[in-house]
Design a protein around this ligand. Structure first.
Ligand code: SF4
Ligand code: SF4
Length: 94
């Protein structure tokens, strides 16, 4: 059986963004005091990055795994909840 790459595995999902109720909200002030920003390296979908010197999060592609919440050691930096019904990660071919 042929093994798929991480990129190929991620491509079989799609994510429906709920613009009215974001499932991950960052506190920019707290994140600004975080030096190592481990969320950038821990998110399996690579959704955290640095833009204009600040942490940036792109919800498209989120796997709802919760890893970013676990690795973040700054209380209150991440407000995390599962997306509402009908939103979030969906199997593309389901
Ligand atoms: S979400 Fe947590 S780990 Fe990521 S930059 Fe903010 S404080 Fe740091
Ligand atoms: S829940 Fe998982 S996939 Fe989504 S942003 Fe956090 S670490 Fe990345």
């Amino acid at each position: 059986m042929k093994r798929l790459s991480t990129e190929q595995l991620l491509s079989i999902n799609k994510f429906s963004v709920d613009d009215e109720a974001k499932h991950i909200i960052l506190d920019r002030q707290i994140c600004g005091r975080c030096e190592s920003k481990p969320c950038r390296f821990a998110c399996p979908a690579g959704l955290y990055s640095i833009k204009d010197g600040e942490i940036s999060f792109d919800p498209v592609g989120c796997l709802e795994c919760g890893t970013c919440r676990v690795v973040c050691s700054h209380p209150g930096a991440i407000t995390w909840q599962y997306p509402r019904g009908g939103f979030g990660v969906i199997y593309r071919y389901g």
